[in-house]
Design a protein around this ligand. Structure first.
Ligand code: DAT
Ligand code: MG
Length: 150
């Protein structure tokens, strides 16, 4: 089966403003994934430009950076088997109109420019994004005392 991985997730400003943080966290917890870091942050433009550096040539880049800086974001690191792939399934397609019902984007949004949540697209991007958003001491490794999620 899968391997233990970590991924970086962020509830975007519209998700925080629409009080969807709890709903979103509940879905990842429900899958048995492990929360190892979480913080509410107002992100600097510099960090956002770096976070989305791969998209800098796209026409929507400036708009995306402005949107991500328009209010607080909930930044998280989750750990689990195949967590990068599992998270992308839970999140749904980039354009909410293509996202299946039952996915976070499919259930709660309609605009690609306000698609609620970010998730890393590979283990390498996850590593880069986690290092960009978190200090090492902010990430906690804790052991489950019960065995049902292992
Ligand atoms: P995802 O967030 O699903 O990984 P992505 O990495 O391709 O998608 O793009 C990052 C974000 O950029 C995406 O969540 C919303 C924005 N974006 C992508 N394509 C867009 C488009 N065609 N128009 C406007 N914003 C777009
Ligand atoms: Mg992406």
């Amino acid at each position: 089966r899968g391997v233990q991985e970590r991924t970086f997730l962020a509830v975007k400003p519209d998700g925080v403003q629409r009080r969807l943080v709890g709903e979103i966290v509940r879905r990842f917890e429900g899958m048995g994934l492990k929360l190892v870091a979480l913080k509410l942050v107002q992100v600097s433009e510099e960090l956002l430009r770096e976070h989305y550096a791969d998209l800098r040539t796209h026409p929507f880049y400036d708009c995306l950076v402005r949107y991500m800086g328009s209010g607080p974001v909930v930044a998280m690191v989750w750990q689990g088997l195949d967590v990068v792939r599992v998270s992308k399934v839970l999140i749904g397609a980039t354009d909410p109109l293509d996202a299946e019902p039952g996915t976070i984007r499919g259930d709660f949004c309609v605009e690609v420019g306000k698609n609620l949540i970010h998730g890393s697209d590979s283990v390498e991007s996850a590593r880069r994004e986690i290092a960009l958003w978190f200090r090492v001491e902010e990430i906690l490794c804790w052991e489950d005392s019960a065995s049902h999620w292992l």
